[in-house]
Design a protein around this ligand. Structure first.
Ligand code: GRF
Length: 208
């Protein structure tokens, strides 16, 4: 049985999605991932406190005053040091450099609070309300150099109610994020291992 995929969660704030990922794994250790690191560009992020309580290793450094590529190089160093294979963004409020994204191609997931490709970026719920949409929702997608534009791998719709404001809608969408992200991450990790088994890295099957 292949080892679980070693995942780092990157966050900048409250960390409720990281908690959902960790809880999902705690409830069922058979899940295909292990969270081996929580990393943040905001040393005061509440998510780091949660990680500590959960007994997950963490790393934090403020990006302020740092060049994007230089910061991402430090981050990459941490990921390598912890043997990370997959990065799960969970409220990581900083654009990753193109170099980092290219290096980790196919290995970075993000959760976004809209039905992508609608409403990339910030303020998604208010924009859905102003547009008069019947549904909002959340999407898990692969990260590419363009913001919130990578292939969507999972999505959940949430009905917009007449009485909704941006806060009430955000709260209901967040509940769905907590359901969707762990399932999508688990499924993606299972698929990764299956792909590796089907096509072992060059050299492994080559012998004298
Ligand atoms: C979530 O709404 C997520 O979709 C977005 O940022 C928010 C993070 O919330 N990318 P939390 O830190 O996981 O509570």
């Amino acid at each position: 049985m292949a080892e679980r995929v070693r995942v780092a969660v990157l966050l900048s704030g409250r960390g409720s999605n990281m908690l959902a990922l960790a809880e999902h794994k705690r409830r069922d250790p058979e899940r295909n991932y292990d969270i081996v690191l929580v990393a943040s560009n905001v040393p005061a992020a509440r998510g780091l406190v949660l990680a500590k309580r959960l007994g997950i290793k963490s790393w934090a450094k403020s990006h302020e005053g740092m060049d994007r590529a230089a910061f991402d190089a430090l981050l990459d160093e941490q990921l390598q040091a912890h043997g990370v294979e997959l990065v799960a963004l969970a409220g990581y409020m900083r654009l990753l450099s193109a170099g980092f994204v290219t290096k980790w191609e196919g290995r970075i997931l993000n959760i976004h609070p809209s039905l992508l490709p609608l409403y990339k970026g910030l303020d998604t719920h208010r924009r859905a309300l102003i547009a008069g949409d019947s549904h909002a929702g959340c999407s898990v997608h692969l990260v590419t150099p363009d913001l919130d534009s990578g292939p969507v791998i999972a999505q959940t719709e949430v009905k917009i109610l007449l009485r909704d404001d941006a806060d009430s809608l955000a709260a209901r969408v967040l509940e769905e994020e907590h359901r969707l992200y762990p399932i999508a991450l688990d499924e993606y990790c299972r698929a990764l291992r299956e792909a590796e088994a089907a096509a072992p890295p060059l050299g492994r099957s080559e012998g004298p």
